[in-house]
Design a protein around this ligand. Structure first.
Ligand SMILES: *Cc1c(COP(=O)(O)O)cnc(C)c1O
Length: 448
């Protein structure tokens, strides 16, 4: 029985991003099996994983190709340290990533989760400027409403108050630029025009602070944890140009949006830019194993490359850096991209998502339906005319979540934003079920 597992769990497991007291009223679901888009709990109930298990899963659960890659590797080498030693999976994966990512990214530094990949980029950028004799560069710019992870460096450059505020006494002093997020654009204004306008705030910050700034961190196109707020690729083009002009690094955090999520393999591709650093994790292993990579240019790499006694090396490590099982899971995931027209199929699915949610645009409690490829977000609102939001204390999104569970769909809204971010292997019927249930859940959740 699920309830036995739940009881044992709640005795000893402290769950992430959870007020544990909620589980006095909201049941904890113990999953015993996953196959494709389906999750099955210990009572045999099935749910479609409509949010790809926190955005990590690309090709469904328990995929035969990824399973085989991991089982094969486990017989050969489960793990070995990556200082002084190397192995074929990490070499193959690095070559592959260099060939797939925007031109100019030439070196791969591995970590084991997204936040750590951000810390690597942060330290590397700072250290690069130091190695170049630019000792004044010690600060970072990021966007309002951005999210880059939970470790202290990553939290410092993020700006979602819910996660950040409590810890603010512990954090780096970051410069925050206005977000290009298009939710608050004027009625009738285009995304492009709004995102362009928002750039003036960034330009001003750079004018004032460029000589003390190492880098700008950005989530290309979608601020996922910041309630799936979205913007136009023109902002990325403007930012790339400005970073060059002011000698500031551009760090693209594609931990959530990389690997086809927004319609192109990498979101930076929609603006045809190459960042100075690219952070990847989440979908990197298809949602199987914790692995992350920070990629950078030859120019950055060369600033560290010198005789040991000059002490310019990047002396940073994690025990599981470049874990072989993670690397073969990533290689198998990239094989799946090569084996069929995944991005083409995603375009079809994205079109269906758009068509099937079109009527929500007129819903009295929907403020916005927005989409970049395989991410579609529906923002609920108390009053459309006055743009008065539902008070957060009412937790309307939780009602959608609970309704979904009774109808075989696992959704997990962010505040008042219901979003769909399904695995790429979802079929038409399953997608229709997800959207039908999300709509029913919304109708129910907005009632008093
Ligand atoms: C999830 C996420 C991170 C943090 O990754 P973790 O593996 O959870 O530490 C960083 N940036 C973005 C954009 C993310 O979505």
């Amino acid at each position: 029985m699920s309830s036995d597992f739940a009881k044992r769990d709640l005795n000893v497991v402290w769950h992430p991003c959870t007020q544990m007291k909620d589980h006095e009223t909201i049941p904890l679901i113990t999953i015993r099996r996953g196959k494709g888009v389906w999750l099955e709990d210990t009572d045999g109930n099935r749910y479609i994983d409509a949010i790809s298990s926190w955005w990590v899963n690309l090709f469904g659960h328990s995929h035969p190709v990824i399973n085989a890659a991991i089982s094969g590797q486990v017989e050969k080498l489960e793990h070995v340290m990556l200082a002084g030693l190397s192995h074929e999976p990490v070499i193959n994966l690095s070559e592959k990533l260099v060939s797939l990512t925007p031109p100019g990214l030439a070196h791969c530094f591995y970590a084991d989760n997204g936040s750590s990949a951000i810390e690597v980029a942060l330290k590397m950028s700072f250290h690069y400027w130091r190695n170049m004799g630019k000792h004044r560069k010690q600060r970072f710019i990021s966007l309002d409403n951005s999210y880059h992870g939970e470790t202290l460096g990553a939290l410092s450059i993020g700006n979602v108050a819910l996660y950040k505020e409590t810890y603010s006494p512990l954090l780096l002093d970051t410069l925050i630029a206005p977000s290009p997020d298009c939710y608050d654009r004027e009625p009738g204004e285009s995304w492009e025009s709004h995102s362009r306008k928002q750039f003036t705030g960034m330009e001003k910050l750079l004018q004032q602070h460029a000589d003390e700034v190492c880098a700008i961190f950005i989530e290309p196109l979608v601020q996922c944890a910041g309630n799936m707020r979205m913007y136009h690729p023109v902002y990325l083009s403007l930012l790339r140009e400005a970073c060059d002009r002011y000698s500031v690094h551009l760090i693209a955090d594609e931990i959530a949006v990389g690997f086809g999520r927004t319609g192109t393999m990498f979101a930076c591709g929609q603006a045809d830019i190459t960042p100075d650093f690219l952070c990847l994790s989440k979908g990197l292993t298809g949602g199987y194993l914790p692995l992350a990579v920070t990629m950078t240019t030859d120019e950055v790499y060369r600033a560290f490359y010198d005789d040991y006694i000059n002490l310019t090396a990047f002396l940073h490590s994690h025990s599981y850096t470049g874990n072989p099982l993670g690397c073969v899971a990533a290689l198998a995931t990239l094989e799946l991209f090569a084996a069929s027209d995944v991005l083409g199929r995603n375009r079809e699915l994205a079109g269906q998502m758009q068509n099937m949610t079109r009527d929500l645009i007129d819903h009295p409690n929907v403020a916005d339906v927005r989409q970049h490829g395989m991410i579609l977000a529906i923002e609920l609102i108390k009053n459309r005319e006055t743009r008065e939001p539902f008070p957060w204390q009412e937790r309307r999104g939780m009602r959608v979540y609970q309704y979904g569970l009774t109808r075989g769909v696992f959704l997990r809204p962010l505040g008042n934003v219901v979003y769909l971010m399904p695995p790429y292997v979802i079929n038409d019927d399953e997608l229709a079920q997800v959207i039908r249930v999300a709509k029913e859940g919304i109708d129910m959740a907005v009632q008093d």
